[in-house]
Design a protein around this ligand. Structure first.
Ligand code: XMP
Length: 326
């Protein structure tokens, strides 16, 4: 049985040469573990699964089968980036599953936050399982487990995990990052040639934009979340805040207020901006965004995002507010 304790002699990976050393050793270890076998990986496009994918592609090429499930709750451009980076640039054996309608149909009318999370997590496992059953002769499952996941079972990430694969789908696990801390994973990802936008991206919850489209998700309001989030990210990047602010995003509540548009009364949604800094996500303070930047973002959201008439900025620290709204 393999140990779950980081070996004492393991050096911290802080630079490219240490990363290349780690990659060399893990490539050999993975080849020794799986031989000619095929390995399956759920590739979300997040930092951990992307780095596992790039590492395993280097070790076993097309014997790694990546499954990217688009559940419709990803940020603007994300599914396209996964396909571009992995299928086009790294020649990955990538199965892209468009499950957007399936997820949004299941979520229609569901407004309880925990039920929404359960539906998203459960449906994700089912879609992945269906893809796994279509493929023959796979005995390994790769996972982007990192050291904090092992150490911190009981904290934020662990309590968000929903279910697992059914018992009859028995896989041997391949977890090449399980002794790495997040900053080390990024250094390894960079050394593997992944783009900065993937390696240094901000945290993004598993249920995705689903927890930012408050209450029962509708397609039009989900688009308002996605488009306003894209504008916020673009403007933060242009202002040099990317990588400096820990997490920033927009929320669209299920509530309309009166406004005026083209001289007519209109009932439209507000967009709420949240931008926070934290060390460990247990407490957080807000980013003091400059007024000119807030104005630019507000102007663009009001002009470009359909169905929105107000933009608000959430000044609440955690506690009392959590980082997400739902
Ligand atoms: P809160 O809202 O609890 O968030 O202050 C702390 C951190 O956890 C992320 N978060 C989630 N991550 N599934 C996840 O994988 C979830 O359901 C979830 N809810 C919150 C949040 O984005 C923040 O980074």
């Amino acid at each position: 049985m393999s140990s779950n304790k980081r070996p004492d002699e393991m050096v911290r990976i802080e630079n490219e040469s240490q990363a290349l050393d780690f990659i060399g050793k893990e490539v050999a270890a993975v080849r020794a573990q799986v031989g000619d076998g095929k390995v399956l990986l759920a590739l979300s496009g997040g930092v951990d699964s992307s780095v596992v994918a790039a590492l395993l592609i280097r070790a076993i090429g097309r014997n790694l089968i990546c499954v990217h499930v688009n559940h419709g709750l990803l940020r603007k451009g994300e599914p396209e980036q996964v396909v571009r980076v992995f299928r086009n640039e790294m020649d990955a054996n990538l199965i892209y599953v468009d499950a957007v309608d399936r997820f949004l149909d299941k979520l229609a009318g569901v407004d309880d936050p925990e039920t929404k999370r359960k539906i998203i997590g459960g449906e994700f496992i089912r879609v992945f399982e269906e893809e796994a059953r279509k493929l023959d002769g796979i005995s390994f499952l790769a996972q982007g487990t990192i050291y904090p996941d092992i150490l911190e079972s009981g904290t934020v990430k662990a309590h968000h995990n929903v279910g697992g694969l059914p018992e009859d789908l028995k896989f041997e696990l391949v977890e090449p990052l399980k002794f790495l801390y997040k900053d080390e994973v990024r250094v390894v990802g960079k050394a593997l040639g992944l783009p900065d936008s993937m390696v240094y991206r901000q945290p993004f919850p598993g249920p995705g934009l689903g927890v930012r489209c408050l209450g029962a998700i509708t397609r039009d309001r989900l688009e308002a979340v996605r488009e306003s989030d894209a504008i916020l990210r673009e403007e933060f990047a242009a202002a040099g805040l990317e990588g400096k602010v820990w997490q920033y995003f927009t929320i669209v509540p299920d509530y309309r207020s009166v406004g005026v548009r083209d001289g007519q009364r209109s009932f439209e949604w507000p967009v709420i901006i949240r931008a926070v800094n934290t060390r460990d996500a247990m407490s957080a303070s807000i980013e003091e965004i400059e007024y000119p930047l807030l104005h630019r973002i507000t102007d663009r959201i009001l002009k470009e995002v359909k169905g929105v008439n107000r933009v608000l900025y959430d000044l609440s620290p955690k506690p009392t507010g959590t980082i997400e709204w739902e």
